[in-house]
Design a protein around this ligand. Structure first.
Ligand code: SF4
Length: 523
């Protein structure tokens, strides 16, 4: 063979009873997920994560060790996020190390302890970290896309490669939200739907770009931490606020420069002369008429259909939302500025003798206010939060009494991290967590073809709390041994290598006592 590893699945073989041909080495069985590949020498399993090298089962991605060096500490400004190097096993004075689950291997099939259960001393406190790569059938990504543009109706299907992999969910302030993945798309549809859902989540969570289409809506390219691309155009700005908020923010700056201002917004269009902000600073009525549903004075809903034009509407001509001016209040020469919530669209009009708006160049006196709106917009970004339920069987890798872990997490006695990155644990039952993928080491995620995503997860707590929740105390190994390459006796695989990464500058050190209520109480 050419030295390249190729994968081989149990189901391709009619496994499990695989008898080796005469003189050929026996295939080894990987039981790190339900696929249970039988892997021939020099080949990898179906997920490309494990291989048979010389008859040994090898976890191919290097074990990732977080390294917090005293000379590049948090907040010094010198630390390079996720600086990567091959781990040489040395621990320098003042250095802290943390074994992440990236490359650690899985607990599956869950009757055995997690691959690494590591003891350490942090600020004089005996701590234990349980480390495993979780296999998540219940997982997905919540994607926040900073744009005013209408991407699709709420509940509209989101597709990748033509397959439905999620839907548009409730929009937030200045952002459109997608809910991708989840157990129904991974397991409840066709084989292709599950495969494409898994592949898309994997790419997105590992920091890659994915192409999505929304039924009845936009075409997107999204990547965590990067500006979204909507219908081929890179989104530049997140809106300064809704139309009403924009009117309020800039009312005083426009006073005396123009007779009327309309801030066009798909959700709440603001009209200066009627708005509370205009009233309190003495703005005179203009007789303007807006074609929309009036909510409160100067705030209008549904002025147009959603779209990718002015302020997230389908408008290309803002005058389409105006009715006739009231001749009792309006006057020839009345000046009107219409602007969108990002300042991307702006136009200036003056009423002629018949009180019809006539477009004119935006006067120099108003240009700074439009520029100020643009200046106040934040750069548009795509945020990807991995969301998963860890309340299932992987808890058995931590404890003989799984609910003990759940309770310990809920009491904050156990700190949960993903690849060393902090997570948000939802209140209520189970361990339902969210993690910002940009705070995790690159390529922290894998997959198995069941299909499910593989994500790193670590549980860190005081040794006494670990004992109390029924932890596998007999399998604890010292951190110093783990960083030198030792692994627990429960493991049936060996590690291919180790790599060191420095933690993201915004990430708290996962074993820091400050993460726990007992430390705060002691203070
Ligand atoms: S898919 Fe991967 S983890 Fe699952 S059995 Fe095969 S090699 Fe092991």
């Amino acid at each position: 063979m050419n030295g390249q590893l190729v994968h081989h699945r149990a189901e391709d073989q009619g496994a499990p009873a695989v008898k080796p041909a005469e003189g050929k080495p026996e295939k080894i069985r990987c039981d790190a997920c339900p696929v249970t590949c039988f892997i021939a020498e020099g080949r990898t399993g179906a997920c490309d994560r494990y291989a048979n090298e010389g008859g040994a089962l090898v976890r191919l991605d290097p074990l990732t060790i977080l390294e917090n060096r005293a000379d590049a500490g948090e907040g010094t400004g010198e630390l390079v996020p996720f600086l990567e190097r091959e781990w040489d096993g040395d621990i320098l004075p003042g250095q802290e190390s943390f074994i992440t689950a990236v490359g650690a291997g899985t607990t599956y099939p869950d009757y055995k302890p997690a691959p690494f259960i590591v003891s350490s001393q942090v600020e004089g406190v005996d701590m234990v970290t349980v480390v495993t790569e979780g296999i998540f059938s219940y997982c997905g990504a919540k994607v926040k896309i900073d744009t005013d543009r209408h991407l699709g109706s709420e509940c509209a299907a989101v597709r990748a490669e033509g397959e439905v992999i999620g839907h548009v969910t409730t929009s937030e302030y200045g952002s459109q939200m997608l809910s991708l993945g989840g157990v129904n798309h991974l397991t409840g549809g066709s084989k292709k739907e599950g495969r494409v859902t898994c592949a898309t989540l994997l790419e997105l969570c590992n920091g890659g770009a994915v192409d999505l289409t929304i039924d009845g809506g936009a075409e997107l390219t999204v990547k965590a931490g990067a500006a979204p691309i909507v219908n081929g155009a890179r989104e530049e700005r997140m809106r300064v606020g809704c139309g009403s908020a924009t009117v309020g923010m800039f009312a005083a700056q426009w006073k005396g420069l123009v007779d009327e201002v309309v801030v066009v917004d798909d959700h709440i269009t603001g009209v200066m002369s009627e708005h509370q902000a205009g009233k309190v600073i003495g703005w005179a009525p203009t007789g303007i008429k807006i074609n929309g549903r009036r909510s409160t004075p100067g705030r209008y809903f549904q002025v147009a259909e959603p779209g990718t034009g002015w302020g997230g509407t389908d408008l290309t001509n803002p005058l389409d939302i105006l009715g006739a001016f009231n001749p009792k209040q309006a006057w020839p020469g009345l000046s009107l500025l219409m602007v969108s919530t990002t300042g991307e669209h702006a136009a200036y009009f003056e009423l002629d003798d018949s009180l019809t708006p006539v477009e004119k160049p935006i006067p120099a006196r108003l240009q700074p206010s439009v520029a100020r709106i643009e200046e106040n917009c934040e750069p548009a970004m795509t945020s990807v939060l991995f969301m998963a339920g860890a309340g299932g069987s992987l808890r058995s890798g931590v404890t003989e009494n799984p609910v003990g872990l759940t309770r310990s997490v809920q009491k904050a006695l156990t700190y949960v991290s993903c690849g060393g990155a902090p997570v948000y644990v939802w209140p209520g039952g189970g361990i339902t967590l969210m993690a910002d993928v940009t705070r995790m080491p690159l390529n922290a995620f894998g997959y198995v073809p069941t299909p499910a995503l593989v994500a790193p997860i670590e549980f860190t707590m005081r040794a006494e709390d670990y004992r109390a929740l029924g932890g596998h105390m007999d399998y604890v190994i010292p951190l110093a041994d783990a960083v030198k390459g030792a692994s627990g006796r429960q493991n049936d695989h060996i590690l291919k290598g180790r790599r060191s990464v420095t933690p993201g500058a915004r990430n708290p050190w996962p074993a820091r006592p400050g993460n726990y209520p007992w430390k705060k109480t002691a203070q």
